[in-house]
Design a protein around this ligand. Structure first.
Ligand code: AMP
Ligand code: MG
Length: 521
């Protein structure tokens, strides 16, 4: 099991020379060697069959004792040297200094089928970056990370992946609502994968310490391994890197808006330099379409990371990355130019994506007012984002506004008792929409098929993850696999799974773990 292991990150970048696993400021280094902790009674709960395949592990091997021990940190493979990365970050708009992998431990890299993966355990014990916390993770947040990573991939959203979900057998103390009521929860460990876990914050910490030598080494390493298409030299290659990261970041966020994903903690330490969705914490899914929705209870007051602000925050975070790279470039203007393009590029991509959601594929010259009016309408009454767009594909070019409207009312959380003015506003919008649809060259059927590849039918609604967590807490893991299987085909009709194509049930409206998520994980 597991050949072609590698360690480019730890071989090519400077290590913390002090090998003690104590909390410290780590200078002139990109990481610290640290071993995962042994756990009381590890138990494998779920594996992603696809990620097994991706790294060349058979199903039989995955049920072996060796697999369990490696992916819960209880065995360290020969010739591998686990480590935690050093990074900093801006949290909720403020510089937070050194953060680092406080509860993630990188095991090794593997090359398989011409792809490079870095594997990392989340929740495998203390590291020099654990600060005041314990280095552990609980079952609830681990189920959420495992399922959502895989679901996002199948939705076509760039993301880190998850190989396995295990119980550690240890108890972990958490105060979920930070209200002085701590309780024990089951500890868990996820093994996650990505070509690299480098974040904006890896660059920021080095720049903040004016450690230009290490900053250059890390930036060159990043370009060599992950942006091989950048062939320019000198300052230009660092500018090209910023352009590439900007474009990937825009891509990722536009996908989030398309599927209704709210990350919840877009701090710069949670921004991947590969434009991957990373660090699934208090994320959430839109149910009613709402630009103001933030799932993160810590963000409730200012809603910095609300759905409608994610595009802007992507740019804000890129400014911080640009500041960090400035040390290698020494000129503000070219950096500023790259950042100045963000808004235009984001808007172009976002609008193009939204027109696709609407099934308007044929023309390049569509009125943006159709989108802005739609966004307003979706806020008029609580309207389920997923159901609205999936149902929109049922509309025929020949429908009247009235018929078209009647087809989507199922997306409303309360279909009766809304003012007549709401209906009139909708009818006006449908009349504009239908007139644009009439110039579409595709037939209704063809358009529907194409729309159904853009508008998912199944996403990991907040309450669905919560149901799987509650069952798992009681020792029943079937729903984890049921949801994993369901979310492998989010765009397909799955008649046997129609029950998951439904509005959020009323019991979940204000329930912790459903609409409100805590950072405590
Ligand atoms: P997050 O915003 O959850 O991505 O985490 C911010 C920082 O806190 C990162 O440096 C994490 O490694 C660290 N962190 C979060 N939870 C824990 C924990 N239970 N133990 C140690 N460090 C943690
Ligand atoms: Mg993080």
């Amino acid at each position: 099991m597991l050949s072609n292991l590698n360690n480019t990150f730890s071989k090519e970048l400077p290590a913390d020379k002090d090998l003690s696993n104590t909390r410290k400021q780590v200078l002139n280094a990109c990481f610290s060697y640290v071993l995962p902790s042994k756990t009381a009674k590890p138990q494998l709960l779920h594996v992603s069959e696809e990620m097994l395949l991706a790294i060349g592990i058979s199903k039989e091997e995955a049920s072996s004792e060796d697999f369990l021990k490696i992916f819960t940190g209880n065995t360290v493979l020969e010739n591998t040297h686990p480590y935690a990365m050093c990074y900093g970050g801006h949290q909720f708009g403020n510089w937070a200094g050194q953060l680092g992998d406080g509860r993630a431990i990188n095991l090794f890299e593997i090359n398989y089928n011409n792809k490079q993966w870095a594997l990392q355990l989340k929740g495998a014990g203390e590291t020099p970056y654990s600060r005041t916390a314990d280095g552990l993770a609980v079952l609830r947040s681990s189920v959420r990370e495992h399922l959502c990573s895989e679901a996002m991939f199948h939705l076509g959203v760039p993301t880190t992946r998850s190989l396995s979900l295990s119980l550690s057998g240890d108890q972990v103390m958490r105060d979920i609502m930070y209200d002085g009521n701590p309780a024990y929860e089951k500890g868990a460990i996820v093994c996650r994968l990505a070509p690299s876990f480098i974040r904006f914050g890896n660059f920021e910490i080095l720049a903040s310490r004016n450690d230009l030598a290490t900053l250059k080494t890390l930036t060159d390493y990043t370009i060599n391994h992950f942006y091989p298409d950048i062939t320019s030299e000198g300052k230009q290659k660092y500018l090209d890197l910023l352009v590439a990261i900007r474009d990937k970041t825009i891509d990722m966020i536009v996908h989030w808006q398309r599927v209704g994903f709210v990350h919840g903690v877009m701090n710069t330490d949670n921004m991947s330099i590969l434009g991957l969705t990373i660090d699934y914490g208090p994320y959430g899914w839109l149910e009613g379409y709402d630009h103001g929705f933030t799932p993160n209870t810590t963000d409730r007051q200012h809603k910095r990371y609300r759905f409608g602000n994610q595009g802007y925050i992507g740019m804000w975070n890129l400014y911080k990355l640009a500041n960090a790279l400035y040390g290698l470039i020494d000129e503000v203007e070219p950096l500023q130019e790259i950042l100045d393009e963000y808004e235009k590029l984001y808007t172009q991509k976002y609008n193009a994506m939204f027109f696709e959601k609407l099934g308007l594929f044929s023309s390049d010259d569509l009125p943006v007012s159709l989108l802005t009016d739609l966004e307003k309408n979706l806020h008029l009454t609580e309207t389920d984002y997923i159901i609205f767009f999936r149902t929109l594909a049922e509309i025929s070019k020949n429908d009247t506004s009235e018929t078209a409207f009647s087809k989507i009312t199922n997306a409303f959380y309360t279909s009766d008792n809304f003012p007549e003015t709401v209906k009139t506003t909708w009818l006006n919008w449908f009349s504009n929409y239908l007139s644009l649809l009439s110039s579409e060259t595709l037939s209704d059927e063809e358009r529907k098929d194409k729309m159904n590849l853009v508008n998912p039918k199944y996403v990991l609604r907040n309450y669905m993850a919560q149901l799987a967590i509650e069952e798992a807490d009681n020792g029943n893991y079937n729903l984890i696999d049921e949801l994993y299987q369901l979310l492998k085909k989010p765009y397909s009709e799955q008649p046997e799974n129609e029950k998951w194509f439904a509005k959020r049930p009323e019991w979940a409206r204000n329930k912790i773990g459903c609409s409100m998520l805590s950072c405590s994980s």
